[in-house]
Structure formats: C-alpha cells, structure tokens
Ligand binder design. Structure first.
Ligand code: AMP
Length: 215
C-alpha cells in the first residue's frame, strides 16, 4: 500500500484536491480524518462524543482517538491501494504512530504533498466554504459555486457552513496548524519525501499540479 500525505493548513484545498484526483482514478482512495471524525460526531459514537468539543474549538482531538480510527481504516484496505491521506498526521506523535501502523501492514509513505497557500487567501476561502451534509461534496460561494445557490449539485441537499468555519475557530485552527502540524514539513523533509505545490488557483489547476508530483 502506498500512502500520499496531503499536508496543508485548513482551507489549503486538501479535500478538494483529493476529491478531484480520486474521481478519475479507481486505484486512489481518499481518507480524510476530519470526515471520519464528523461522521463519528453525527452518529454519536463514543469517540465522536469525545471529539466534538475539541473540534468546535479548533483544537486537535486526542491522538489516540484519531490514530485508532485511521489505523483501523488503513488496516482494512487492500495492499494494492494508494491512499491520499488528508488531515492525518497532524503532529509528530501521530506521524510516529502512522509509521508503526504502516510497518504492521507493509505500507509505505511515498510522498508528502505540501500545499502552499497564504493566510489571507485561506481566510477568504474558508469564509465562502459550503458543504453538503448528505454526500460530503464541497463548494465555495465564489470559486466553486453550485449550479443552484445553496443546493448540492450531486444530491440536491441544502448546503451548510461547517460549524468550525467561523472566524474565531479558524484563527485557532490556523495557530494549531502552525504550531503542531507545520513541523511535519521538517520531519518528512528529513526523509526527502516533501513535494511543495502552489495551492493558489482553481481546484482543477491545483489538482493537476498535485497529480504531476505523485509517485
Ligand atoms: P479537517 O476537516 O481536517 O479540517 O478537521 C476538522 C477538525 O477535526 C480539526 O480542526 C480537528 O479538531 C479534528 N481533526 C481532524 N484530523 C485530526 C487529526 N489528525 N488529529 C487531531 N484532530 C483532528
């Protein structure tokens, strides 16, 4: 199993890029730790109930909760799959846990894609971000609007703004990214795995840049 880690601040486009790349390629699988957690919160599982407060404030949920979820999922995948890992690891302890999980199932990290987007663009992107609560499709009011305002193109559900996309929580999430997640650039840089990609532009353009650096 090959793992491609998508690394970037909240709003840098990790999920959007992953959705585009997986849409055209059955051998690629998108695994988003944020989606796993939001699903657990919706289903009111014990992990979801514990995670909810951390997510609302923009803090990271405890490592053991998310590492278990991602680890279980990865362990159940086929050896031939390539996984686009979006949102995990978020700190060096999680990165170490991922190494142990991969050693156990014969997987390897083949690249870490670092999406670079300036903070002011991030704030603008997050302010206009909308998502479908039913099928998970993502939109932006200016850069990626649905055909009919407020309605999902794919399934017709009413689009929502994520609870943690409010300005105060976003400020916190950006600080958490800088302090806890950004150090992973050096962590994986030491293994010569990091591929920097300009995250500015339309989703298709950014996805194409990412495709070019995939192993
Ligand atoms: P995301 O959808 O990746 O922006 O994640 C939304 C929220 O879920 C984050 O702000 C965290 O509270 C939580 N979360 C997602 N992934 C992780 C992770 N790997 N470790 C800890 N918390 C996470």
């Amino acid at each position: 199993m090959k793992i491609v880690i998508l690394l970037g601040a909240p709003g840098s486009g990790k999920g959007t890029v992953a959705a585009r790349l997986t849409a055209g390629d059955a051998a690629l699988r998108h695994v988003s730790s944020g989606d796993l957690l939001r699903d657990a919160v919706r289903r009111r599982t014990s992990a979801g109930v514990e995670a909810e407060g951390y997510m609302k404030s923009g803090a990271l949920v405890p490592d053991k909760i998310i590492a278990q979820m991602v680890g279980d999922l990865i362990a159940g995948l086929d050896a031939g799959e390539t996984v686009l890992l979006d949102g995990f690891p978020r700190n060096t302890d999680q990165a170490a846990t991922l190494d142990v999980t991969l050693a156990g199932c014969g997987g390897e990290i083949s690249a870490v894609v670092q999406l670079e987007v300036p903070d002011e663009v991030i704030v603008e992107r997050i302010a206009g971000r909308r998502s479908c609560p039913k099928c998970g499709a993502g939109y932006h009011v200016s850069f990626l609007p649905p055909k009919q305002e407020g309605v999902c193109d794919a399934c017709g559900a009413e689009l929502v703004t994520r609870k943690d996309d409010n300005p105060e929580t976003v400020k916190n999430r950006l600080a958490v990214y800088r302090e806890q997640t950004f150090p992973l650039v050096a962590f994986y840089g030491a293994r010569d795995l990091v591929r920097k990609v300009d995250g500015l532009g339309y989703p298709d353009e950014v996805a194409e840049r990412v495709r070019k650096v995939l192993p």
